[in-house]
Design a protein around this ligand. Sequence first.
Ligand SMILES: O=c1[nH]cnc2c1ncn2[C@H]1C[C@H](O)[C@@H](CO)O1
Ligand SMILES: [Zn+2]
Length: 383
Amino acid sequence: MTSRDSSSPAYDVDPQVARAPKVLLHEHLDGGLRPATVLELARETGYDALPADDATDLGRWFRESADSGSLVRYLETFAHTVGVMQTPDALRRVAREEVLDLARDGVAYAEIRYAPELHLERDLTLEEVVEAVNEGFREGEALAREEGRRIRVTALLTAMRHAAMSREIAELAVRYREQEVSGFDIAGAEAGYPPTRHLDAFQYLARENAHFTIHAGEAFGLPSIQEALTWCGADRLGHGVRIVDDLTVDGIAYPQWAAEHDQLPDVRDVRLGLLAAYVRDKRVPLEMCPSSNVQTGASASIALHPITLLKDLRFRVTVNTDNRLMSDTSMGKEMTLLVRDAGWTMTDLRWVTINAMKSAFIAFDQRLALIDEVIKPGYAELT
Ligand SMILES: O=c1[nH]cnc2c1ncn2[C@H]1C[C@H](O)[C@@H](CO)O1
Ligand SMILES: [Zn+2]
C-alpha cells in the first residue's frame, strides 16, 4: 500500500516551526483553495458538479481522492478547482486568499504557479487571467501587511504538458516578467509527455534569459530528469524525487534496496550514478513535496521519503507543499512531519529554507536581502 493513511489523526504544527520564516517554490494556485471558497465560488459561478456540499466533507473528499497512489488520478481532482476559477473575480479571490494563508503560515517568499490555459472556459484572454491573478496576489500581500506579516509572491506560468500551448505561455511569461511573473513550468501527467515535446518553448526562454522549472522525476524516472536538464536546460526540477533511481546502496540499485528495507540507508554506503552526480555537482534545486509524493505513490511514507537521504547527501533540496488542498497541508505541516517522522532538526529546516531562497527566480540581490534580513534573523530569534 503506497497511499497515505488518511485516517491518521490530525497533528499540530510544531510551535517553533510555526514561527520560522519559510520559502515556498512549488505550490499550485489551483491546488491551494480553501474548501469553503470552492463551495462559495461554485455557487456564485453556477458550477454544479462538486462532489460535496459542506466544507469539511469537501476538504476530506479532495484529500482522500488525491490519496490514490497515482498521479493521473490525483490530477483528476483539479477539475473541481479549475471549474470554479473561470472569472476574474474568482481568480482574484483565490489568489488573494492563497497569499494570506501562506503569510499566516510564516511564508516570507513564495512562487505560485498556475496554467493560464486552464482558465479560458468563459472567454477570458490569457492576459486577463494573468492580470486577475496578479491583482489578487498584490491584494493578498497588502492584507498580510495589515496583519503585520511581510510576504512577497511571484507567479510561475505553467503550460500543460499534454497540450500544445507551451510556446504561447512561455511568451506570456516573458511579457509579464516586469510584473512579478518570475518564470515558467510544465505540469500534468508525466508518463508519455516528455519535456522535449516542449523544446521550442524552453529554447525561446533561454534566448530571452528567462527562468524555468520542469515537473520531472515524479511519476516517471531518470529519462525525464535527463531530458529536463540536459536537453531543455531547466533551472530547477519540480519534485525530482526519482533521482534516487540513479543511486546504489552496497552495489544494489536504490529502488530494489528500498523495497527490501524499512529504513533509509547510511549515506556512507550510497554511490551516485552520473546523472545523480551531475544534479548534485551543478547544485540543481529539487522542489520536493513530501506529502504529495506519498499520495501519488512516489514514496511509501514521510519517514522513508528520499528527501531525507538527499538532504544528508547534500543535494540542493527544498521543501514545498505542491497542493495544500489535495494534501491537507501547509509549509508548517510539511516541516513538522519531517521533524516528527524523519528526524529533521531546526538546522536542517534553516538549511533548506536558505537553499530555496538561493534557488528562487527573482534577482540575486533580492534573494540575498531576504536571506540576510528575514531568514537568518528569523531563525536566530527562535533559539
Ligand atoms: O504534482 C503535480 N505534478 C504534475 N502536475 C501537477 C501537480 N500538481 C498539480 N499539477 C497540475 C494540475 C494543475 O491543474 C496544473 C496547474 O497548476 O498543474
Ligand atoms: Zn506540482
